[in-house]
Design a protein around this ligand. Structure first.
Ligand SMILES: [Zn+2]
Length: 319
């Protein structure tokens, strides 16, 4: 089915205002143990969430739940995977209809929350979700797509609305991948500023430099205006030997940027001089990279404006 046909438009329009997910109560009422785990994880020191006296001192009747927990009270958690939901049938139907139009990919674009009142232990929250709008097809950087906006309404046990959440996603038809013979995209530009320009300028000359405090002589990277050891603003640089080892690394598969080859090894290299920097690895299969692997510096010139250090496994004689 075409994403632009008149019948298809009609089918999509019919979804506006419809219920996507039927009202569903949270598994547990608002409770202090879940609040405690949340504020500990979020490192939120506000005492009104756990300390009755502090909450009363603010004019409240007692402790309240953080507003940002609203979704947590109605999440089904592991139960959602063990017992797939009858409530989501509307949601699955709409996703299937969008897929028929070719809109098979999704990205969340924004979420707006409005709170009517604070939740307190004992409140039992339910949630339902309706479709608010489905846009006409738009051209976006990701491909042609439609913005789908839904509203989740959170209610207490008496049915009063406690919060609403407008949730917008872009459902899109993934853009065609560029043919392999097309020139590759430029790498994202580094954010060059007066404090780090010297580093990128040296890189263009294939020199790996490390900033050094002119007073206490300690080395630092990434570059910054001020010595974290002694506070001095005076600095010079030393040129690195280019030797070091893999301090840690990750292998990126997704999301893919057209300027890079994947799988892409992103490593933290500890230089012999003691500072660390993030760089890609070259001349090694991702599966062969290991923490502690001795490496040597090499350079790549991805485009005329940019040279970057990469690191290769050190040959035996270089170790
Ligand atoms: Zn210093």
């Amino acid at each position: 089915m075409s994403g632009a046909g008149e019948d298809y438009e009609e089918l999509l329009r019919a979804w506006v205002g419809r219920e996507l997910v039927a009202r569903r109560p949270g598994q547990d009422p608002v409770n202090v143990p879940m609040i405690r785990h949340w504020v500990e994880a979020m490192e939120d020191p506000n005492p009104v969430y756990l300390d009755e006296d502090a909450a009363k001192a603010t004019g409240r009747d007692g402790v309240v739940a953080p507003a940002s927990m609203i979704q947590a009270w109605t999440m089904r958690g592991y139960a959602a995977t063990v017992h797939p939901s009858a409530e989501r049938s509307g949601f699955d139907e709409l996703v299937a209809l969008l897929a028929e139009g070719g809109y098979t990919s999704v990205v969340a674009t924004d979420s707006e929350l409005e709170f009517e009142r604070e939740l307190v232990p004992g409140d039992h929250v339910s949630v339902e979700e309706h479709v608010e709008s489905i846009s006409a097809e738009k051209q976006t950087g990701l491909g042609a797509g439609r913005f789908v906006s839904t509203v989740k309404t959170y209610r207490d046990a008496s049915g009063e609305v406690v919060a609403t959440q407008r949730w917008r996603t872009l459902r899109y038809r993934p853009a065609e991948k560029p043919a392999p013979d097309k020139p590759k995209a430029l790498r994202p530009r580094p954010a060059i500023n007066p404090d780090n320009a010297f580093w990128f300028e040296a890189a263009r000359e294939h020199r790996l430099v490390v900033q050094r405090c002119a007073d206490c002589k300690s080395l630092r990277h990434p570059p910054g205006p001020c010595c974290p050891q002694c506070g001095s603003f005076a600095w010079d640089t030393v040129e690195s030997s280019g030797r070091g080892h893999v301090y840690t690394f990750t292998v990126n598969h997704h999301p893919r940027h057209p300027a890079f080859d994947y799988p892409l090894v992103v490593a933290v290299i500890e230089l012999a001089e003691g500072t660390r920097l993030i760089a890609n690895m070259a001349g090694v299969e991702p599966a062969d990279v290991a923490v502690g692997m001795p490496v040597v510096l090499d350079w790549i010139d991805p485009d005329p404006d940019l040279s970057l250090p990469v690191f290769r496994p050190a040959a035996h004689e270089e170790r």
